[in-house]
Each structure stands twice: as structure tokens, then as C-alpha cells.
Design a protein around this ligand. Structure first.
Ligand code: FPP
Length: 249
């Protein structure tokens, strides 16, 4: 291993380990624009986007961040051209198949969050297999939001709770934040401390609406395929400058 590689793996010296976010979430925006700028079809942007995500996962492992959540496909993304949707579904499946062995070896625990029943059956099978094979891993918790929508997540939690009330299993005044969270797709995953969105857009786009109540947001103009360790380092520096008050003075 070269000195340069050793350096890359280490936490940059200007970052304080005790102030690192435990959980980072990313909205991986700008794949299409990246491809257009290179004179390539949009799907090539998604392919390069996978490489950027793999690098970020590795970087989080190297630097001691405990959880990473990536917005891979929203409930609104079905409205894209059919061939792009098909490409993405095939890409998710292929990447999962290719990367599963390594994730098992590297102690990654992968979880998919979203309405998974609406995904192609072959992808659902790959998803189940990856979650099953990594469920006992205790390294980084990697969540992939697929067919995910924050409002839909909240609605389905309300429906599940209403059913419990109807069946007499729960009293209305027993519904508190803990009960509610236990019905979200992200049950058992701590809320993100930092959400990074690439390509300069300043929106949540229906991502983790409940979970981001107190999370810090960082926006960069970089397009997702260009989001590298240097960009992540900048995001973490900005995060460490923030004063998190959680409503207190
Ligand atoms: C947004 O860019 C990106 C997506 C909708 C897809 C993101 C998916 C990946 C990077 C693949 C992840 C793979 C796995 C297995 C988790 P855009 O197309 O909206 O870009 P634009 O705004 O420039 O058009």
C-alpha cells in the first residue's frame, strides 16, 4: 500500500473524531447532468453514481461513521422514461449481486427501506438475500432507500397504528414518538445527523421527513458522480462548525 493510500484511509487531521456524525444520509442528485456534460447518455451517470456511492461507503467505514443511508429511488422516480426506470432496476440488482460477498466480508449490514413490494420480483429476491446474509453483521449500517417516499412512509405507519387501535391492542394516548418510529421503514436506525444533497438543489424531496426533524443539511454544487472523499471531507468540516441545539438555547 502506498503512502498516499494510507493517508486517504485515515481520518483527516482537521476533523474531530468525537464530533463526527454517527449517521450520514445522501441525496445522490445530478447523475443525469453529469452524463450530459460528458456527452454521455443519462444512464452512464447512474453507473458512475454507483462508483461514487461505493467510495463513500468505504470512506465512512475508514473514518468511523456508523451508518449511511442513500436515496436510490423515490416513489416519484417511476415517472421517468421507462427505459431509465428499467435500467435502474437492473443496475440495483446487478450491483447487489456483485457486491454482496464483499459486504458480508466487510461486516456491512445492508437494509432496504421503502415500499419494496412494488419492485420487480427478481430485485425483491436479491434484496431479501442481501438483508438476510448481512443481518448479523455489526459493522456500518448501510440503508438504501428504494421506492421510498417520506409521506408514504408516515401514512403507512399511521395505518398500521390505526389497525392496532381498532383491534384494541393500543390506546390512542399510548401513541408516542417511540411507537410511531417503530412503524417507520427505518425502525431501529438512528436519525441522520447530517444529510448531504449534491447538485445544488435545496429540497428534501420527500426524503426522511420524520427522521430529519433535527438533522443538519449540507448542500454542495458537485454533481453526484463527482462527490469524492475531498467533497465529503468538506461536508464534514462544515458539519463540525455547526452548533446543534435541538431546540435549546
Ligand atoms: C438522481 O440523479 C439519481 C438517481 C435517481 C439514481 C441514484 C442511484 C444510484 C446512484 C445507484 C445506487 C445503486 C445502489 C445499488 C444503491 P438524476 O438522474 O436526477 O440527475 P439529474 O437531476 O442531473 O437529472
Amino acid at each position: 500500500m502506498t503512502a498516499q493510500q494510507t493517508k486517504l484511509q485515515d481520518l483527516p487531521t482537521d476533523l474531530k473524531r468525537e464530533l463526527l456524525p454517527q449517521h450520514v444520509a445522501v441525496i445522490m442528485d445530478g447523475n443525469g447532468r453529469w452524463a450530459k456534460r460528458q456527452g454521455l447518455p443519462r444512464i452512464m451517470g447512474h453507473k458512475r453514481g454507483v462508483d461514487a456511492l461505493k467510495d463513500l461507503l468505504r470512506c465512512c467505514q475508514d473514518w468511523g461513521i456508523q451508518a449511511l443511508t442513500a436515496y436510490a429511488f423515490s416513489t416519484e422516480n417511476w415517472k421517468r422514461p421507462q427505459e431509465e426506470v428499467d435500467f435502474l432496476m437492473t443496475l440495483f440488482q446487478r450491483v447487489l449481486r456483485q457486491e454482496l460477498r464483499e459486504m458480508v466480508e466487510e461486516n456491512v449490514q445492508i437494509k432496504f427501506v421503502g415500499n419494496l413490494q412494488a419492485l420487480p420480483r427478481s430485485l425483491q429476491q436479491e434484496i431479501s438475500r442481501s438483508m438476510e446474509e448481512t443481518k448479523d453483521n455489526r459493522g456500518i449500517r448501510f440503508s438504501v432507500a428504494t421506492n421510498y417516499g417520506g409521506r408514504q412512509e408516515i401514512l403507512q405507519a399511521c395505518q398500521a397504528i390505526a389497525k392496532q387501535v381498532q383491534q384494541g391492542l393500543l390506546q390512542p394516548d399510548e401513541i408516542n414518538e417511540q411507537v410511531f418510529e417503530s412503524h417507520l421503514y427505518t425502525a431501529g436506525i438512528t436519525d441522520p445527523d447530517l444529510l448531504i444533497r449534491t447538485s445544488g438543489e435545496m429540497r428534501l424531496s420527500n426524503f426522511l421527513l420524520w427522521q430529519m426533524a433535527y438533522g443538519e443539511i449540507y448542500i454542495t454544487d458537485a454533481l453526484w458522480p463527482d462527490f469524492d472523499r475531498a467533497e465529503f471531507h468538506r461536508a464534514l468540516c462544515a458539519y463540525q462548525q455547526r452548533e446543534r441545539r435541538f431546540g435549546k438555547v
